[in-house]
Design a protein. Structure first.
Length: 95
């Protein structure tokens, strides 16, 4: 979920979090491995698929739209964290 940048748009939480981890030198390998194992349970994945299907077919209520946004936000954050974890493990292996 990538947003086009404009002067008026603010950074996403994922972008801000990414910058926070850029300044963190040497994430411990155990932490990186734990982050890489993180994933939503199958019930949550199914819920997202149901919400996306409902959005496409019928539309969502405000509450459902907010829930879907929350799931997509968490996915974005996990993607950033996992990228940083892979990089940390790669740097540790090269050292």
């Amino acid at each position: 979920m990538v947003r086009a940048k404009t002067e008026e748009s603010s950074d996403s939480v994922a972008e801000i979090l990414s910058r926070a981890f850029e300044s963190a030198a040497g994430m411990p390998a155990a932490m990186a491995e734990l982050i890489l194992k993180a994933r939503l349970p199958e019930t949550d994945i199914q819920r997202v698929e149901d919400l996306l299907e409902r959005k496409r077919d019928l539309g969502l209520s405000g509450e459902q739209e907010e829930l879907l946004r929350d799931y997509l936000h968490v996915d974005s954050l996990l993607t950033v964290l996992k990228s940083k974890a892979r990089r940390a493990l790669g740097q540790a292996a090269a050292a």
